[in-house]
Design a protein around this ligand. Sequence first.
Ligand code: ADP
Length: 192
Amino acid sequence: MQFIFLGPPGAGKGTQASILADRWQVPHISTGDILRAAIAGKTSLGIQARTHVEAGELVPDILIMALIRERFEAPDMKQGWILDGFPRTLAQAQALDKLLTRFRQPHPQTIYFEVSTENLANRTLARGRQDDTAATIRRRLAVYQADTTPLIDFYEKRECLINIDGNRSPEAVTQILQASLPVYQSSRLARV
Ligand code: ADP
């Protein structure tokens, strides 16, 4: 079970990724969480990433790929994973392809969370994260439109894209996700 959760800021990717990763017992890799922890810990990655995150801009691909590469070296990645907030640019998606080949890992299914602009604005403002000011949210949405939406096409062409209506309540979205991924539901049932 290898998944990419793709969608705009505030789409609920992180919420769903953490619920399903817990249920399926696979790592939930959120590049946003990793970056926020690095910034709080003032690590070398954090120091380099901080101004980008605070401005609502993307952190340079080279830094993101270094952290992803390192994460893929950990043994817990062998059984499956959920990538949340990565890849976010075509260059990252292409670099991920190479990395998966190198680590002999299968290519993931991509779940695309579709959410109305109104819901996105309300949700990001409601969660009150430090980088969730009105100005950075606007910027993050613009960056998403420019740099990340091309990935929808990229994964659609590979026929590995599953569209999910992310406007529903978190509980409803979890149910929709479980129902759309019957293979994983039954493997989960088999384990219980
Ligand atoms: P959101 O879902 O609200 O966009 P994230 O936690 O995924 O929040 O990301 C927060 C910030 O971290 C982004 O605005 C960006 O600055 C940085 N970031 C996270 N993931 C990536 C990535 N894959 N590439 C570049 N920057 C990233």
